[in-house]
Design a protein around this ligand. Structure first.
Ligand code: DSN
Length: 431
């Protein structure tokens, strides 16, 4: 066989033929996702169509630059999908300008800081331990190393963002940028109050909607666009698309944002991910997606209500802020017999994945924690209704109470997973 023939053969080999070890893990992961239930608040089950676009020949394409202004040949189709992605995101969020190239939410945030700030400028953002994000000023993150980050917090009495502190710190530190947004906070933020404070001190306002973008698109959460100079997001959480990021902004910031993304922070974009983002935005504009977002929020409220009942409270488990407005709730386990880690393990044992989370004023380290973050986006995407969320709330409550019947609960979870199969087009025996 000639070398040319051999290379052609390699190109066309299936994953199972080319790499049985990876194929085996892929099969294992497919089985895990089918048989378990994801309640990790930043996860979803993306659409088959999104995965098709992501795993496509767009992956091969070099396309540095922007649609119509590339630095390599052969970009007609990439230009078309990038234009589609941008137009769809603009329409979905009523944005004047969108950049769909950031590889992640972290890079979207980095690009905004690069566009609007100089190194050493002050950023005022929610403390990570109080629900913020690594890129909002965590000590070891680039945000804290290149900028002067000041943190606001939630109030000890009700765990809600302390807007009086935001105003006080804004007046004291005169930040150039205020960040409103979170990765572990169960309530809607007061965008107009953030805008008022930003205007008072002459700061830009960036709203990081990475977690709640899907809720916004689905019409069950206020749209931050009218309040913010710039909005950043991931595309894979409630929005249900491929892993990636984007920046949405007022027209006046468009050129600076685009330059900060490319060539400021990134070189070649991920054309396949941009194609997948375009697909996700189209799906997010549809009636089924809106229904899914309604079920997502309703499901989180059902679980929060169940976990607020006297039997759970008697076990020392508390729903922070007393409930939720979004797709997640946070449990305070400080008074319970479980640490966050033990609670996460307990649920994993019965086939539900969640993540332990530090809670405000936590005294345990981040790898242990005293909190649990529970989300409903993935299950709503899978098809869960209010009836199913009521059932899963009961399962979660039973698992966290002392002396759970692990085997029985595991069977209940398996039955619920079977009720909502996923990715039927995928073979279960890739290996
Ligand atoms: N902050 C992480 C989360 O919400 O899971 C993602 O960056």
């Amino acid at each position: 066989m000639s070398t040319a023939q051999l290379e052609t053969a390699v190109i066309d080999r299936s994953l199972r033929e080319a790499d049985p070890e990876v194929a085996r893990e892929l099969t294992g992961e497919l089985g895990r996702q089918r048989s378990e239930l994801s309640m990790i608040a930043s996860e979803s089950y993306t659409h088959w169509a999104v995965m098709e676009a992501q795993g496509s020949v767009f992956m091969n394409k070099l396309a540095e630059g922007y649609a119509g202004l590339r630095y390599s040949a052969g970009c007609d189709h990439v230009d078309a999908v990038e234009r589609l992605a941008v137009a769809r995101a603009k329409s979905l969020f009523d944005a004047e300008h969108v950049n769909v190239q950031p590889h992640s939410g972290a890079q979207a945030n980095a690009a905004v800081y690069d566009a609007l700030l100089d190194p050493g400028d002050t950023i005022l953002a929610l403390d990570l331990a109080h629900g913020g994000h690594l890129t909002h000023g965590m000590r070891l993150n680039f945000s804290a190393r290149f900028y002067h980050c000041v943190a606001y917090h939630v109030r000890p009495e009700d765990s809600l963002v302390d807007m009086e502190e935001v105003e006080r710190l804004a007046r004291e530190h005169r930040p150039r940028l205020i960040v409103a947004g979170w990765s572990a906070y169960p309530r809607q933020l007061d965008f107009s109050e953030f805008r008022r404070i930003a205007d008072e001190v002459g700061a830009y306002l960036m709203i990081d909607m990475a977690h709640f973008a899907g809720l916004v698109a689905g019409g069950v959460h206020p749209n931050p666009m009218p309040y913010a100079d710039v909005v950043t997001s991931t595309t894979h959480k409630t929005l249900g698309g491929p892993r990636g990021g984007m920046v949405l902004c007022r027209g006046e910031h468009a050129a600076r944002i685009d330059t900060a993304v490319f060539p400021g922070q990134q070189a070649a974009p991920l054309a396949h991910t941009i194609a997948a983002k375009a697909v996700a935005f189209k799906i997010a504009a549809g009636a089924e997606f809106r229904d899914c977002q309604r079920r997502t929020v309703a499901g989180a409220r059902i679980i929060a209500d169940r976990l607020s009942t006297p039997d759970v409270a008697a076990a020392g488990i508390k729903v922070l802020t007393g409930g939720t407005d979004v797709h997640l709730l946070l449990l305070d386990l400080r008074e319970s017999e479980l640490t966050g880690r033990q609670a996460e393990d307990r649920l994993q044992e019965i086939g539900i994945s969640v993540n332990r989370n530090t809670i405000p004023f936590d005294t345990r380290p981040p790898l242990i924690t005293s909190g649990l973050r529970i989300g409903t986006s993935a299950l709503a995407t899978r098809g869960f209704t209010a009836y199913d969320f009521t059932a899963i709330a009961e399962v979660v409550a039973s698992a966290l109470l002392p002396g759970p019947d692990v085997l029985e609960l595991r069977e209940r979870v398996a039955r619920m997973a079977d009720k909502y199969p996923i990715y039927q087009a995928l073979s279960a025996d890739l290996d």
